[in-house]
Design a protein around this ligand. Structure first.
Ligand code: ADP
Ligand code: ADP
Ligand code: MG
Length: 665
């Protein structure tokens, strides 16, 4: 086994590989770009080498520098992760030439599978079933049109060098073909530097089912069952699961054996995935399912954890063993298959705006309890920490959430709960969208195909699960609680707005989903009452469990967690998440967070100045400090009249989110 390896990647996959290496006692070397100097993957490795600028072409794609880094640090092998150089045969060859082990297949196998058209010709020869299509070298436009007409519409035009869902066009009618071809070729030349295309019959409502294969250098090859990756947006995977619902033993064996034949046809070694497109006439009739080879990914796949969850195996460990010349740890019939696993890709994006990628700082990044990277009920693979940025340079994937259960139903329920416990503030994510997908009839009843999101769109976009009422109640309760804690006494006794005789009232104003709202809080002998707009007041009772607040409003109760981002409150509950803006400027001037009575930084940033001195008397709403975060200034204001105690930082200091900035005496 290797003593030291270099990981030529970043983000979650670099952390993932480092975790297994560490467990096996293998030293790790990270490489990093300017943007990643403080990244989690750098901290996860024993050594790190800076390899260049933030753009991938200046760093993670600079293979000469990566090979130099491996040499300089004495690494014996290079793990490429996925993306970047993982499917670059020149890099694999350069590693071999430099006397380094490339932890992946031989360069010749990458080359053979690298071009979609070439690989299809090879697979055809090996007897692997193909989608009817044209994969020829002749790229004459008239010929391509004639081929499309022959295949019959709808057809799919694919960039031969394409990948990652890019460079694909579906064409419904012959008269649209020429234009789609031109646009596909433009995208292909821009993205892949090669405008060759292939044409395939567009399989209607297909499923994407892929087989994980593993081969060693001694000629053994096995399959580790299948994954269903049919839930996609823009031809990119969103949810992946194993095993595939409705799969039969017989079909699994046929697909597994076809995948092994595909790998063996190109002299494969290591981890690979053979992707099939599956035609089905009904959702639960495996005997009617027909599968066709789509492509082979010659690397570890993003969704490999679902296979790990159902087999109990560590695929990175297998990669390392096979790359160091060991035989496969298990034979085909020894490979376990237990329960059901689902992975959700958590992405920084806005599903309601055509999944537009989002960037920003993870001001809050609270995760459900998980078992690090080993097999367990809930697993989170990520490459970021609270305070880290999702930058425009790299992929928008924030994390992967993987759950395992005895049954699909149990895994789905666990995933929904885990998603509700994943709190991200600072950028848009697809977390709520994923929960909507899980709740659809198609997903929950396993009616899977690649059109699922489109078909269920009415239930997926512009959905708010949490109404204004809960958001308002949460903000009001937090404000009252913060004042109570700061004042160090009971706000319901005689003070300011609160009076002892009979009834006191207070008005709050909000912006919720673009709508102006007001709420009235009143305190009577029988406790707090809250009225939203013109609606009748309801009893409001609160119960704190650590940072969690249990709200009792009228006859309903709900657990909530709230985070402030300036005047914007992010409210999370098991039902969902929402945001609401408090307009009450005085009570909430600036971005102070006064949870549990502490004056804390609402986000990571820098102290610009303190506007008060220790010992000074201040009144409610008075500005105490200025902070700079995300190129914006935030004012920390006094939540109540009082006296300033100690200042805990100096101007210019960098502070973490939640750091206590000053004390109120
Ligand atoms: P799959 O493994 O299911 O085929 P993708 O095709 O979405 O999934 O994943 C590979 C893609 O991920 C690459 O084509 C690339 O765009 C992107 N990628 C590359 N490196 C990273 C990384 N370190 N973290 C996240 N995504 C990456
Ligand atoms: P990539 O290299 O981007 O992963 P693939 O060829 O693997 O490209 O296809 C990605 C997705 O596009 C598939 O998962 C499937 O949803 C869709 N797709 C590919 N080929 C076909 C086809 N012939 N008919 C219908 N959908 C297809
Ligand atoms: Mg693919």
């Amino acid at each position: 086994m290797f003593k030291k390896i270099l990981i030529a990647n970043r983000g979650e996959i670099a952390c993932r590989v480092a975790a297994t290496a560490q467990r096996l006692g293998i030293q790790t070397v990270a490489v990093y770009s300017d943007a990643d100097a403080q990244a989690k993957h750098v901290a996860a490795c024993d050594e790190a080498v800076h390899i260049g600028g933030s753009a991938p072409k200046d760093s993670y794609l600079q293979w000469q520098r990566i090979i130099e880094a491996a040499r300089a640090t004495g690494a014996q092998a290079i793990h490429p992760g996925y993306g970047f150089l993982s499917e670059n045969e020149d890099f694999a060859q350069a590693c071999a030439d430099a006397g380094l082990v490339f932890i992946g297949p031989p360069a010749s196998a990458i080359a053979a599978m690298g071009l979609k058209a070439e690989s299809k010709r090879l697979m055809d020869q090996a007897g692997v079933p193909l989608v009817p299509g044209y994969h020829g070298a002749d790229q004459d436009a008239a010929l391509l049109q004639a081929q499309a007409d022959r295949i019959g519409y709808p057809v799919l035009i694919k960039a031969s060098a394409g990948g990652g869902g890019k460079g694909m066009r579906a064409v419904e009618r012959a008269e649209d073909f020429a234009e789609a071809l031109a646009s596909c070729k433009r995208e292909a030349i821009n993205s892949f530097g090669d405008d060759a295309v292939l044409i395939e019959k567009y399989v209607q409502r297909p499923r994407h089912i892929e087989i994980q294969v593993f081969a060693d250098s001694l000629g053994n090859c096995v399959y580790l069952h299948e994954r269903d990756c049919s839930v996609q947006r823009r031809h990119q995977k969103v949810l992946e699961e194993a095993p595939a619902p409705g799969m039969s033993e017989h079909l699994r064996k046929r697909m597994g054996e076809a995948a092994v034949a595909a790998a063996q046809a190109v002299g494969y070694v290591g981890a690979g995935t053979v992707e099939f497109i599956v035609e089905q006439t009904a959702y639960d009739q495996p005997e009617t399912m027909r599968f066709f080879f789509m492509e082979m990914n010659t690397r570890l796949q993003v969704e490999h954890p679902v296979t790990e969850a159902i087999t109990g195996l560590d695929l990175v460990e297998w990669q390392l063993r096979v790359a160091s010349g060991e035989p496969l740890p298990l034979a085909q019939e020894q490979i376990p298959m237990l329960g059901h696993a689902i992975e959700a890709r958590i992405c920084a994006e806005n599903p309601d705006k055509q999944f537009l990628p989002a960037t920003g700082v993870l001001q809050v990044y609270a995760k459900p309890a998980s078992t690090s990277f080993s097999v367990g009920a809930v697993r989170i693979d990520d490459g970021v920490r609270a305070g880290d940025a999702i930058s425009p340079f790299y992929d928008s994937m924030v994390a992967k959430l993987i759950v395992h259960g005895q049954t699909r139903e149990q895994a789905l329920a666990r995933l929904d709960v885990a998603l509700s416990q994943l709190h991200i503030v600072g950028l848009n994510t697809n977390v709520q969208f994923l929960r909507h997908v899980l709740a659809t009839e198609s997903f929950s009843r396993a009616k899977l195909d690649t059109a699922l999101i489109e078909r269920e769109r009415a239930h997926l976009f512009h959905q708010e699960r949490l109404g204004a009422e809960l958001a308002v109640a949460a903000v009001v309760a937090h404000t009252v609680q913060a004042e109570q804690a700061l004042a160090g006494d009971d706000p319901f006794s005689a003070r300011d707005g609160w009076c002892s005789h009979g009834l006191a009232q207070r008005r709050f104003e909000f912006d919720f989903a673009g709508q102006r709202l007001h709420a009235q809080l009143s305190y009577g002998r029988d406790g707090l009452r809250l009225a939203l707009g013109e609606q009748p007041a309801q009893a409001l009772r609160t119960e704190w469990r650590g940072d969690e607040l249990v709200l009792h409003l009228g006859a309903r109760s709900e657990r909530t967690r709230l985070y402030w981002q300036g005047e914007v409150a992010h409210v999370f509950s098991p039902r969902g998440a929402t945001r609401i803006t408090l307009i009450d400027a005085l009570a909430h001037a600036g971005g102070s967070e006064h949870e549990s009575g502490r004056l804390t930084a609402p986000m990571p940033g820098k102290i610009v100045s303190f506007l008060v001195k220790a010992g000074e008397r201040v009144s409610k709403g008075q500005a105490l400090a200025l902070m700079e975060a995300m190129k914006m200034e935030h004012t920390i204001a006094a939540p109540a009249d009082g006296q300033v105690g100690e200042l805990l930082y100096a101007p210019g200091d960098q502070v973490a989110e939640g750091a206590e900035l000053l004390k109120m005496a």
